[in-house]
Design a protein around this ligand. Structure first.
Ligand code: GLN
Length: 538
């Protein structure tokens, strides 16, 4: 029988529920349990696919093509197990399902209400992954903070779920904040007491409190929290600020979070968590033997969460190479043909980011010209790859007005073109080419050297593609298609023959990079940057 853990948040947002959930899942997995994590988001969008990255950070795409919350990226990076559409549910989706059922007459004769109809639909979704039989434990993270108007139906659903499942089958972990008042030199427990009171008002007694804090919380404080919040003192868990999110599983292990969870769920402790490979990764991460500076040229650079998976992929690839990767954000709008050396000259590698629309695109193209001509390692992702094709068209093939039709619909040389089946799409949200597609990698290429195999699968999120009418022209001039889709022949990877590392992917490799499996293209890109840095100092 599947056991359920709910993770709620109190006091403030941004306490890191996603990281705590992923860390706990990692420890349980390392003990031999099959674990998954799902996220319930209280906003009304059906999914975050239509949100500007400034609003909600990166949109994370799953294997099955769901556009989801970036926390799912953490789940996958920690657990190395793919998530799916079922792992991210929003208020919008819940209401959409209920309203569709109402129109189909499923509630005929009844008044459709938040309780029980919306809460029933939430509970149904909370059970879906557990009912597959694939998991021993399902962790459900509730977005938002207890007390928010919009999260109320979710909290009520948790209350009902916990009661229906019975003791030892479902527990609630409440993540809260213990602020340190520097002037008083004291840690304060009152906000935690208040947020537990708020939960109690909704009928939920948390089983475990995870307390975010900048300073260690001593036994007196733990006892005080335990007494005022009706939890065992060993269920008051300290979560101290960590230098890396990847340290958190070990910190939670030290606090015995996994042990307490298992005893509350009446599950066997099995073995101590096997965290050897994780520790090995952390060791490499924290003791680099070299350093490189990589420029991330993009338009959402003010909000690092917009490029979350790229940043994490660099951390994995850096650790693999025992190299500290310093990522510098470079706003593409600030780059132009006159200042490329000044903006990029100090870097060991340049990544041009994914994106949509025209803002900053000419800066991306100018940046690419500079790295192509100066043999600086280059990695282009999605729009970044498309910009590399446009740049090559303009400056090498002499197609002066080469462009993507996303920017100039009427260009004489549409080297990047809208995909045929996208031309009839009129609605937004879930309508791009999404999710995992196969790709055949050509032998003898840089891409093949990275992957070490011919058949790969990568995840996508785009409407435009390389216009294959131009392919032979490009290949003759040295830009080759080193990866193509076996069915549609869509160009998936481009690279330059005569360049130390110049690779672009139509897909998003960053979404598949995990601690256990750093993405090969990132690993090779970092290695190329290390090589470049070494040559520079010699
Ligand atoms: N805007 C481009 C497209 O739709 C690239 C998308 C992306 O970078 N994710 O094809």
């Amino acid at each position: 029988m599947t056991k359920y853990i709910f993770v709620t948040g109190g006091v403030t947002s941004s306490l890191g529920k996603g990281i705590i959930s992923a860390s706990l899942a990692k420890l349980l997995q390392a003990r031999g349990y099959r674990v998954t994590i799902q996220k319930f988001d209280p906003y009304i969008n059906i999914d975050p696919g239509t949100l500007n990255p400034y609003e909600h950070g990166e949109c994370y795409v799953t294997e099955d093509g769901a556009e989801t919350d970036l926390d799912l990226g953490h789940y996958e990076r920690f657990l190395n197990v793919p998530t799916s559409q079922a792992n991210n549910i929003t208020t919008g989706r819940i209401y959409q399902n209920v309203i569709n059922k109402e129109r189909q007459g499923e509630y005929l004769g009844k008044t459709v209400q938040v309780v029980p109809h919306i809460t029933d639909e939430i509970k149904r979704n909370m059970r879906i992954l557990g009912e597959t039989g694939d998991y021993d434990i399902v962790i459900t993270e509730l977005g938002g903070t207890v007390g928010d108007i919009e999260s109320l139906p979710f909290i009520e659903a948790v209350r009902q779920f916990k009661w229906e499942a019975g003791a030892n089958n479902a527990i609630v972990i409440h993540l809260t904040l213990i602020p340190y008042l520097a002037a008083a030199g004291e840690l304060k427990t009152k906000p935690t007491q208040h947020s537990v009171k708020a939960l109690l008002e909704y009928g939920i007694q948390p089983d475990i409190l995870v307390c975010r804090t900048e300073q260690h919380i001593n036994m007196d404080i733990r006892k005080k929290i335990a007494l005022f919040c009706n939890v065992n003192v060993n269920a008051v868990i300290e979560s101290i600020d960590a230098s890396s999110i990847y340290s958190v599983p070990l910190l939670m292990m030290k606090e015995q979070l996994d042990k307490i969870v298992l005893s509350k769920l009446k599950l066997a402790q099995k073995n101590e968590p096997d965290m050897e490979s994780w520790k090995d990764f952390l060791g490499r991460l924290k003791n680099p033997t070299s350093e490189v500076r990589i420029g991330l040229v993009g338009k959402y650079v003010e909000l690092p969460d917009a490029y979350k998976s790229i940043i994490e992929a660099f951390i994995h690839a850096g650790a693999k190479n025992e190299c500290k990767v310093r990522v510098e954000y470079i706003p593409s709008e600030e780059v132009n043909s006159e200042n490329t050396k000044e903006k990029l000259g100090h870097l060991d590698g340049v990544l041009v980011a994914p994106g949509f629309g025209s803002r900053g695109i000419e800066g991306k193209i100018d940046a690419i010209r500079y790295v192509r001509e100066n043999n600086v390692p280059f990695f282009g992702i999605c729009l970044g790859m498309q910009c590399a094709v446009v740049e090559f068209g303009r400056n090498v093939l002499g197609l002066k007005t080469a462009n993507t039709t996303e920017i100039d619909e009427l260009t004489v040389d549409p080297v990047i073109n809208m995909m045929e089946d996208q031309k009839t799409v009129t609605t937004k949200g879930g309508t791009m080419r999404l999710g995992s597609y196969p790709c055949d990698v050509k032998k003898g290429t840089k891409a093949f050297a990275a992957y070490g195999k011919q058949h790969i699968n990568e995840r996508h999120r785009h409407r435009y593609e390389f216009n294959s009418a131009y392919l032979s022209q490009y290949e003759e001039a040295g830009m080759i298609a080193s990866g193509t889709n076996p069915d549609s022949h869509l160009v998936e990877i481009i690279e330059l023959k005569n360049h130390p590392f110049f690779v672009g992917g139509q897909f998003h490799p960053e979404l598949k990079s995990t601690v256990a499996n750093p993405h090969p293209l990132f690993v090779k890109f970092v290695a190329a940057a290390m090589e470049y840095a070494k040559k520079k100092t010699n």
